[in-house]
Design a protein around this ligand. Structure first.
Ligand code: CTP
Length: 409
Protein backbone atom coordinates (compact mmCIF):
# COMPACT_ATOMS: atom_id res chain seq x y z
CA UNK A 1 0.00 0.00 0.00
CA UNK A 2 1.52 3.36 -0.93
CA UNK A 3 1.71 6.37 1.40
CA UNK A 4 -1.19 8.19 -0.29
CA UNK A 5 -3.43 5.14 0.16
CA UNK A 6 -2.41 4.73 3.78
CA UNK A 7 -3.09 8.42 4.45
CA UNK A 8 -6.54 8.15 2.88
CA UNK A 9 -7.39 5.08 4.93
CA UNK A 10 -6.56 7.00 8.08
CA UNK A 11 -8.24 10.04 6.52
CA UNK A 12 -4.94 11.92 6.92
CA UNK A 13 -5.55 13.39 3.51
CA UNK A 14 -3.94 16.75 4.34
CA UNK A 15 -0.64 15.26 5.58
CA UNK A 16 2.29 17.58 4.91
CA UNK A 17 0.12 20.54 3.89
CA UNK A 18 0.21 23.94 5.57
CA UNK A 19 -3.22 25.50 5.80
CA UNK A 20 -3.80 29.04 7.06
CA UNK A 21 -7.35 29.64 8.29
CA UNK A 22 -8.58 33.21 8.58
CA UNK A 23 -11.56 33.60 10.92
CA UNK A 24 -13.69 36.74 10.70
CA UNK A 25 -16.45 38.13 12.87
CA UNK A 26 -19.51 36.23 11.71
CA UNK A 27 -21.65 34.30 14.16
CA UNK A 28 -20.52 31.11 12.36
CA UNK A 29 -16.99 31.71 13.72
CA UNK A 30 -17.58 28.92 16.24
CA UNK A 31 -18.12 26.48 13.35
CA UNK A 32 -14.60 27.25 12.11
CA UNK A 33 -13.34 25.52 15.28
CA UNK A 34 -14.60 22.19 13.91
CA UNK A 35 -12.99 22.95 10.54
CA UNK A 36 -9.61 23.69 12.16
CA UNK A 37 -9.88 20.55 14.31
CA UNK A 38 -10.72 18.35 11.31
CA UNK A 39 -7.92 19.81 9.19
CA UNK A 40 -5.43 19.04 11.94
CA UNK A 41 -6.82 15.55 12.53
CA UNK A 42 -6.39 14.92 8.83
CA UNK A 43 -2.72 15.77 9.01
CA UNK A 44 -2.59 19.48 8.09
CA UNK A 45 -0.31 21.95 9.84
CA UNK A 46 -2.89 24.64 10.63
CA UNK A 47 -2.25 28.29 11.51
CA UNK A 48 -5.10 30.61 12.45
CA UNK A 49 -5.45 34.34 12.00
CA UNK A 50 -8.47 36.01 13.62
CA UNK A 51 -9.90 39.47 13.10
CA UNK A 52 -10.59 41.60 16.18
CA UNK A 53 -14.32 41.11 15.66
CA UNK A 54 -13.94 37.33 15.52
CA UNK A 55 -12.27 37.36 18.94
CA UNK A 56 -15.43 38.97 20.40
CA UNK A 57 -17.38 35.87 19.30
CA UNK A 58 -14.94 33.07 20.13
CA UNK A 59 -11.68 33.05 22.03
CA UNK A 60 -8.31 32.77 20.24
CA UNK A 61 -7.45 30.21 22.92
CA UNK A 62 -9.86 27.77 21.26
CA UNK A 63 -8.13 28.09 17.91
CA UNK A 64 -4.69 28.02 19.56
CA UNK A 65 -5.53 24.72 21.24
CA UNK A 66 -7.13 23.20 18.17
CA UNK A 67 -4.35 24.23 15.76
CA UNK A 68 -1.43 23.73 18.14
CA UNK A 69 -0.02 27.16 17.19
CA UNK A 70 -0.35 30.67 18.60
CA UNK A 71 -3.19 32.57 16.98
CA UNK A 72 -2.36 35.84 15.27
CA UNK A 73 -4.79 38.74 15.71
CA UNK A 74 -3.00 42.04 16.12
CA UNK A 75 -0.46 43.16 13.53
CA UNK A 76 1.32 45.34 16.01
CA UNK A 77 1.31 43.06 19.05
CA UNK A 78 4.95 42.19 18.56
CA UNK A 79 6.28 45.10 16.54
CA UNK A 80 9.78 43.66 16.04
CA UNK A 81 8.18 40.66 14.42
CA UNK A 82 5.07 41.83 12.60
CA UNK A 83 6.27 42.05 9.02
CA UNK A 84 8.00 38.69 9.27
CA UNK A 85 4.86 37.16 10.76
CA UNK A 86 2.39 38.07 8.02
CA UNK A 87 4.82 37.41 5.20
CA UNK A 88 5.89 34.14 6.82
CA UNK A 89 2.31 32.82 7.05
CA UNK A 90 1.54 34.05 3.54
CA UNK A 91 4.57 32.15 2.24
CA UNK A 92 4.04 29.07 4.38
CA UNK A 93 0.48 28.46 3.18
CA UNK A 94 -0.26 25.73 0.66
CA UNK A 95 -3.88 26.78 1.03
CA UNK A 96 -5.51 29.84 2.59
CA UNK A 97 -9.07 29.44 3.85
CA UNK A 98 -11.18 32.41 4.99
CA UNK A 99 -14.01 30.90 7.05
CA UNK A 100 -16.42 32.31 7.89
CA UNK A 101 -15.97 35.19 5.46
CA UNK A 102 -18.14 38.18 6.33
CA UNK A 103 -19.37 40.71 3.78
CA UNK A 104 -16.74 43.02 5.25
CA UNK A 105 -13.68 40.81 4.55
CA UNK A 106 -15.05 39.91 1.11
CA UNK A 107 -15.36 43.62 0.37
CA UNK A 108 -11.85 44.33 1.64
CA UNK A 109 -10.29 41.50 -0.35
CA UNK A 110 -12.15 42.52 -3.51
CA UNK A 111 -11.01 46.16 -3.17
CA UNK A 112 -7.43 45.46 -2.16
CA UNK A 113 -7.74 46.85 1.35
CA UNK A 114 -5.16 45.47 3.77
CA UNK A 115 -5.70 47.07 7.17
CA UNK A 116 -5.34 44.20 9.61
CA UNK A 117 -3.40 40.97 9.96
CA UNK A 118 -5.85 38.80 8.02
CA UNK A 119 -6.47 41.11 5.07
CA UNK A 120 -2.73 41.85 4.84
CA UNK A 121 -1.68 38.20 4.91
CA UNK A 122 -4.28 37.04 2.42
CA UNK A 123 -3.17 39.77 0.04
CA UNK A 124 0.47 38.71 0.43
CA UNK A 125 -0.08 35.02 -0.28
CA UNK A 126 0.48 33.25 -3.58
CA UNK A 127 -1.35 30.18 -2.26
CA UNK A 128 -4.83 29.32 -3.55
CA UNK A 129 -7.54 31.02 -1.51
CA UNK A 130 -10.82 29.36 -0.50
CA UNK A 131 -13.47 31.79 0.73
CA UNK A 132 -16.43 30.49 2.75
CA UNK A 133 -19.07 33.24 2.99
CA UNK A 134 -21.62 33.04 5.83
CA UNK A 135 -24.03 35.86 6.58
CA UNK A 136 -27.62 37.02 6.61
CA UNK A 137 -29.46 36.29 3.33
CA UNK A 138 -30.15 39.95 2.53
CA UNK A 139 -26.51 40.81 3.01
CA UNK A 140 -25.44 37.86 0.87
CA UNK A 141 -27.82 38.82 -1.91
CA UNK A 142 -26.84 42.49 -1.80
CA UNK A 143 -25.58 43.55 -5.23
CA UNK A 144 -22.35 44.96 -3.82
CA UNK A 145 -21.51 41.72 -2.01
CA UNK A 146 -22.34 39.71 -5.14
CA UNK A 147 -20.16 42.02 -7.24
CA UNK A 148 -17.30 41.59 -4.77
CA UNK A 149 -17.69 37.80 -4.89
CA UNK A 150 -17.53 37.93 -8.70
CA UNK A 151 -14.36 40.00 -8.44
CA UNK A 152 -12.76 37.43 -6.13
CA UNK A 153 -13.67 34.62 -8.52
CA UNK A 154 -12.26 36.61 -11.45
CA UNK A 155 -8.87 36.84 -9.76
CA UNK A 156 -8.88 33.09 -9.14
CA UNK A 157 -10.17 32.75 -5.58
CA UNK A 158 -12.58 29.88 -4.97
CA UNK A 159 -15.73 31.24 -3.32
CA UNK A 160 -18.06 28.59 -1.93
CA UNK A 161 -21.84 28.85 -2.08
CA UNK A 162 -23.38 29.18 1.39
CA UNK A 163 -26.07 26.69 2.36
CA UNK A 164 -29.74 27.47 2.72
CA UNK A 165 -31.49 27.01 6.05
CA UNK A 166 -31.95 28.51 9.49
CA UNK A 167 -29.81 31.58 10.14
CA UNK A 168 -28.64 33.08 13.42
CA UNK A 169 -30.81 36.15 12.82
CA UNK A 170 -33.80 33.81 13.23
CA UNK A 171 -34.72 33.85 9.59
CA UNK A 172 -34.28 31.21 6.96
CA UNK A 173 -32.49 31.52 3.64
CA UNK A 174 -29.16 31.33 1.88
CA UNK A 175 -26.19 32.26 4.02
CA UNK A 176 -25.42 29.32 6.29
CA UNK A 177 -21.86 28.16 6.84
CA UNK A 178 -21.47 24.86 4.88
CA UNK A 179 -20.89 21.55 6.63
CA UNK A 180 -17.28 20.85 7.55
CA UNK A 181 -17.08 17.88 5.15
CA UNK A 182 -18.21 20.03 2.25
CA UNK A 183 -15.50 22.62 3.00
CA UNK A 184 -12.89 19.87 3.35
CA UNK A 185 -13.91 18.44 -0.04
CA UNK A 186 -13.52 21.86 -1.64
CA UNK A 187 -10.10 22.21 0.02
CA UNK A 188 -9.04 18.74 -1.17
CA UNK A 189 -10.11 19.59 -4.69
CA UNK A 190 -7.94 22.72 -4.69
CA UNK A 191 -4.93 20.95 -3.20
CA UNK A 192 -5.07 17.55 -4.88
CA UNK A 193 -7.40 17.71 -7.90
CA UNK A 194 -5.52 17.04 -11.14
CA UNK A 195 -8.38 17.98 -13.50
CA UNK A 196 -8.33 14.37 -14.79
CA UNK A 197 -11.96 14.54 -15.92
CA UNK A 198 -12.27 18.15 -16.98
CA UNK A 199 -15.08 18.58 -19.50
CA UNK A 200 -16.44 15.04 -18.93
CA UNK A 201 -20.04 14.35 -18.02
CA UNK A 202 -20.53 11.51 -15.53
CA UNK A 203 -23.74 9.95 -14.28
CA UNK A 204 -23.61 7.76 -11.19
CA UNK A 205 -26.40 5.78 -9.54
CA UNK A 206 -26.20 5.22 -5.78
CA UNK A 207 -28.08 3.60 -2.92
CA UNK A 208 -30.70 0.89 -2.81
CA UNK A 209 -34.00 1.02 -4.67
CA UNK A 210 -37.31 0.71 -2.81
CA UNK A 211 -40.30 -1.08 -4.34
CA UNK A 212 -43.57 -0.21 -2.65
CA UNK A 213 -45.83 -2.94 -1.29
CA UNK A 214 -48.38 -0.50 0.10
CA UNK A 215 -48.22 3.14 1.28
CA UNK A 216 -46.17 2.19 4.38
CA UNK A 217 -44.08 -0.84 3.35
CA UNK A 218 -41.50 -1.55 0.71
CA UNK A 219 -38.98 -4.10 -0.53
CA UNK A 220 -35.50 -2.67 -0.03
CA UNK A 221 -31.91 -3.67 0.59
CA UNK A 222 -28.99 -2.78 2.86
CA UNK A 223 -27.12 -0.50 0.46
CA UNK A 224 -26.14 2.79 2.14
CA UNK A 225 -25.16 4.61 -1.06
CA UNK A 226 -21.75 5.46 0.40
CA UNK A 227 -19.81 3.90 -2.49
CA UNK A 228 -21.69 5.84 -5.18
CA UNK A 229 -21.40 9.08 -3.22
CA UNK A 230 -17.65 8.52 -2.74
CA UNK A 231 -17.23 8.04 -6.50
CA UNK A 232 -19.24 11.22 -7.13
CA UNK A 233 -17.02 13.16 -4.73
CA UNK A 234 -13.86 11.82 -6.38
CA UNK A 235 -15.19 12.66 -9.87
CA UNK A 236 -16.13 16.20 -8.85
CA UNK A 237 -12.66 16.64 -7.38
CA UNK A 238 -11.28 15.86 -10.83
CA UNK A 239 -13.51 18.53 -12.40
CA UNK A 240 -16.09 16.23 -13.99
CA UNK A 241 -19.66 17.46 -14.40
CA UNK A 242 -21.32 14.94 -12.09
CA UNK A 243 -24.95 13.92 -11.70
CA UNK A 244 -25.88 11.48 -8.96
CA UNK A 245 -29.11 9.59 -9.47
CA UNK A 246 -29.64 8.72 -5.85
CA UNK A 247 -31.97 6.23 -4.19
CA UNK A 248 -31.04 7.61 -0.77
CA UNK A 249 -31.64 11.01 0.81
CA UNK A 250 -29.57 10.18 3.90
CA UNK A 251 -26.15 11.34 2.70
CA UNK A 252 -24.90 14.93 2.30
CA UNK A 253 -24.77 16.12 -1.31
CA UNK A 254 -21.12 16.34 -2.36
CA UNK A 255 -19.85 19.80 -3.27
CA UNK A 256 -20.32 20.57 -6.97
CA UNK A 257 -22.52 17.53 -7.67
CA UNK A 258 -26.10 17.66 -9.03
CA UNK A 259 -28.46 15.16 -7.43
CA UNK A 260 -31.66 13.66 -8.79
CA UNK A 261 -33.53 11.60 -6.18
CA UNK A 262 -35.43 8.47 -7.17
CA UNK A 263 -37.11 5.61 -5.31
CA UNK A 264 -37.69 2.51 -7.39
CA UNK A 265 -35.94 0.69 -10.23
CA UNK A 266 -38.17 2.05 -12.97
CA UNK A 267 -37.61 5.67 -11.85
CA UNK A 268 -33.90 4.99 -11.69
CA UNK A 269 -33.95 3.51 -15.19
CA UNK A 270 -35.88 6.50 -16.55
CA UNK A 271 -33.42 9.02 -15.06
CA UNK A 272 -30.30 7.10 -16.12
CA UNK A 273 -31.67 6.56 -19.64
CA UNK A 274 -32.57 10.25 -19.97
CA UNK A 275 -28.97 11.28 -19.27
CA UNK A 276 -27.09 8.42 -20.90
CA UNK A 277 -26.86 9.61 -24.53
CA UNK A 278 -25.27 12.87 -23.42
CA UNK A 279 -22.74 11.45 -20.93
CA UNK A 280 -19.14 10.29 -21.25
CA UNK A 281 -19.18 7.89 -18.31
CA UNK A 282 -22.02 6.01 -16.60
CA UNK A 283 -21.47 4.17 -13.33
CA UNK A 284 -24.14 1.89 -11.88
CA UNK A 285 -23.24 1.67 -8.20
CA UNK A 286 -26.88 1.37 -7.07
CA UNK A 287 -28.19 -1.85 -5.60
CA UNK A 288 -31.24 -2.40 -7.76
CA UNK A 289 -34.06 -4.61 -6.59
CA UNK A 290 -34.33 -7.39 -9.15
CA UNK A 291 -38.06 -7.71 -8.44
CA UNK A 292 -40.99 -5.42 -7.70
CA UNK A 293 -44.50 -6.09 -6.53
CA UNK A 294 -46.89 -6.89 -9.33
CA UNK A 295 -49.50 -4.61 -7.84
CA UNK A 296 -49.04 -1.89 -5.24
CA UNK A 297 -51.85 -1.71 -2.66
CA UNK A 298 -53.31 1.77 -2.53
CA UNK A 299 -54.14 1.36 1.17
CA UNK A 300 -52.21 -0.19 4.04
CA UNK A 301 -52.59 -3.99 3.98
CA UNK A 302 -54.34 -5.02 7.22
CA UNK A 303 -53.26 -8.19 9.00
CA UNK A 304 -56.84 -9.08 10.04
CA UNK A 305 -57.71 -9.50 6.42
CA UNK A 306 -55.76 -12.75 5.96
CA UNK A 307 -53.84 -15.47 7.86
CA UNK A 308 -50.99 -15.55 5.42
CA UNK A 309 -49.92 -13.13 2.79
CA UNK A 310 -48.49 -13.84 -0.62
CA UNK A 311 -47.03 -10.96 -2.55
CA UNK A 312 -46.53 -11.61 -6.21
CA UNK A 313 -43.33 -10.17 -7.65
CA UNK A 314 -42.30 -9.45 -11.19
CA UNK A 315 -38.89 -8.87 -12.68
CA UNK A 316 -37.49 -5.35 -12.84
CA UNK A 317 -35.55 -4.21 -15.89
CA UNK A 318 -31.78 -4.74 -15.74
CA UNK A 319 -30.83 -1.08 -16.11
CA UNK A 320 -27.13 -1.68 -16.64
CA UNK A 321 -27.80 -4.30 -19.30
CA UNK A 322 -30.05 -1.81 -21.10
CA UNK A 323 -27.35 0.87 -21.04
CA UNK A 324 -24.81 -1.65 -22.37
CA UNK A 325 -27.09 -2.40 -25.32
CA UNK A 326 -27.46 1.21 -26.39
CA UNK A 327 -24.03 2.58 -25.62
CA UNK A 328 -22.20 4.52 -28.30
CA UNK A 329 -18.76 5.33 -27.00
CA UNK A 330 -19.78 5.93 -23.38
CA UNK A 331 -17.53 4.31 -20.77
CA UNK A 332 -19.83 2.01 -18.81
CA UNK A 333 -19.03 0.76 -15.31
CA UNK A 334 -20.94 -1.83 -13.31
CA UNK A 335 -20.62 -3.34 -9.87
CA UNK A 336 -20.94 -6.95 -8.83
CA UNK A 337 -21.69 -7.91 -5.26
CA UNK A 338 -20.90 -11.60 -4.92
CA UNK A 339 -20.54 -14.15 -2.16
CA UNK A 340 -18.55 -16.77 -4.10
CA UNK A 341 -16.48 -17.17 -7.30
CA UNK A 342 -16.19 -13.38 -7.46
CA UNK A 343 -13.88 -13.16 -10.46
CA UNK A 344 -15.70 -15.76 -12.53
CA UNK A 345 -19.08 -14.14 -11.92
CA UNK A 346 -17.54 -10.73 -12.53
CA UNK A 347 -16.08 -11.73 -15.90
CA UNK A 348 -19.41 -13.15 -16.98
CA UNK A 349 -21.30 -9.96 -15.97
CA UNK A 350 -18.75 -7.70 -17.67
CA UNK A 351 -19.26 -9.52 -20.94
CA UNK A 352 -23.01 -10.08 -20.71
CA UNK A 353 -23.74 -6.45 -19.84
CA UNK A 354 -21.24 -5.07 -22.41
CA UNK A 355 -19.23 -3.10 -19.82
CA UNK A 356 -15.87 -1.37 -20.00
CA UNK A 357 -15.12 -1.90 -16.33
CA UNK A 358 -16.58 -3.92 -13.49
CA UNK A 359 -15.90 -3.44 -9.80
CA UNK A 360 -16.40 -6.79 -8.10
CA UNK A 361 -16.44 -7.39 -4.39
CA UNK A 362 -16.99 -10.36 -2.14
CA UNK A 363 -19.66 -9.11 0.25
CA UNK A 364 -19.22 -12.14 2.50
CA UNK A 365 -15.76 -10.87 3.53
CA UNK A 366 -15.33 -8.78 6.68
CA UNK A 367 -14.80 -5.15 5.62
CA UNK A 368 -16.62 -5.43 2.30
CA UNK A 369 -20.19 -4.85 1.20
CA UNK A 370 -23.19 -3.03 2.60
CA UNK A 371 -23.25 -0.43 5.33
CA UNK A 372 -19.54 -0.57 6.19
CA UNK A 373 -16.94 2.16 5.61
CA UNK A 374 -14.53 -0.09 3.70
CA UNK A 375 -14.51 -2.29 0.62
CA UNK A 376 -12.32 -5.02 -0.86
CA UNK A 377 -12.48 -4.79 -4.62
CA UNK A 378 -11.17 -6.31 -7.80
CA UNK A 379 -11.47 -4.26 -10.97
CA UNK A 380 -12.00 -6.16 -14.21
CA UNK A 381 -11.55 -4.51 -17.58
CA UNK A 382 -12.99 -5.13 -21.02
CA UNK A 383 -9.55 -6.13 -22.36
CA UNK A 384 -9.59 -9.14 -19.96
CA UNK A 385 -7.05 -7.60 -17.56
CA UNK A 386 -7.82 -7.18 -13.87
CA UNK A 387 -6.42 -5.62 -10.71
CA UNK A 388 -7.01 -6.71 -7.13
CA UNK A 389 -6.95 -4.15 -4.34
CA UNK A 390 -6.46 -4.50 -0.58
CA UNK A 391 -9.11 -3.42 1.93
CA UNK A 392 -9.54 0.35 1.73
CA UNK A 393 -12.13 2.98 2.60
CA UNK A 394 -14.95 3.60 0.15
CA UNK A 395 -13.58 7.15 -0.22
CA UNK A 396 -10.21 5.71 -1.29
CA UNK A 397 -11.82 3.21 -3.64
CA UNK A 398 -13.83 6.08 -5.16
CA UNK A 399 -10.55 7.81 -6.06
CA UNK A 400 -9.06 4.58 -7.43
CA UNK A 401 -12.11 3.96 -9.64
CA UNK A 402 -12.04 7.53 -11.00
CA UNK A 403 -8.30 7.33 -11.66
CA UNK A 404 -8.69 4.02 -13.51
CA UNK A 405 -11.54 5.42 -15.60
CA UNK A 406 -9.52 8.55 -16.44
CA UNK A 407 -6.59 6.39 -17.58
CA UNK A 408 -8.85 4.56 -20.02
CA UNK A 409 -10.95 7.38 -21.47
N1 CTP B 1 -28.19 -3.77 -11.94
C1 CTP B 1 -29.07 -3.06 -12.74
N2 CTP B 1 -30.38 -3.42 -12.78
C2 CTP B 1 -30.83 -4.48 -12.09
C3 CTP B 1 -29.94 -5.20 -11.27
C4 CTP B 1 -28.63 -4.83 -11.23
O1 CTP B 1 -28.65 -2.10 -13.39
N3 CTP B 1 -32.11 -4.79 -12.15
C5 CTP B 1 -26.76 -3.38 -11.94
C6 CTP B 1 -26.21 -2.97 -10.59
O2 CTP B 1 -26.31 -1.58 -10.40
C7 CTP B 1 -24.75 -3.42 -10.68
C8 CTP B 1 -24.80 -4.61 -11.59
O3 CTP B 1 -26.03 -4.51 -12.30
O4 CTP B 1 -23.94 -2.45 -11.31
C9 CTP B 1 -24.69 -5.94 -10.94
O5 CTP B 1 -25.70 -6.19 -10.03
P1 CTP B 1 -25.80 -7.58 -9.26
O6 CTP B 1 -27.00 -7.54 -8.38
O7 CTP B 1 -24.50 -7.95 -8.65
O8 CTP B 1 -25.99 -8.59 -10.42
P2 CTP B 1 -27.23 -9.02 -11.26
O9 CTP B 1 -27.01 -8.56 -12.63
O10 CTP B 1 -28.52 -8.63 -10.63
O11 CTP B 1 -27.05 -10.60 -11.26
P3 CTP B 1 -27.29 -11.65 -10.09
O12 CTP B 1 -28.30 -11.05 -9.15
O13 CTP B 1 -27.75 -12.81 -10.83
O14 CTP B 1 -25.95 -11.84 -9.46
Amino acid sequence: MNAATENRMQKRTFEGKHVVVGITGGIAAYKAAELVSQLRQRGADVHCIMTEHATKLISPITFGELSGHDVTVDMFANISHWDVQHIALARLADLFIVAPATANIIGKMACGIADDMLSTTVMATKAPVLVVPAMNTNMYENGIVQRNIRTLREVGYTVMEPEEGHLACNTSGKGRFPKTDVILSAAEKILFGKHLLQGKKIIISAGGTQENIDPVRYIGNRSSGKMGYAIARAAAMEDAEVTLVSCTTELPVPEGVTVCYVKNARDLQREMDARFDDCDVAIMAAAVSDYRTKTEATQKIKKEACDSLTIELELNPDILYGLGQKKKGQFLVGFAAETNDVIEHGKEKLQRKNLDMLVANDVSQKGAGFNVETNIASILYKDHTMEQFPIMTKEELGHVIIQKIAERL
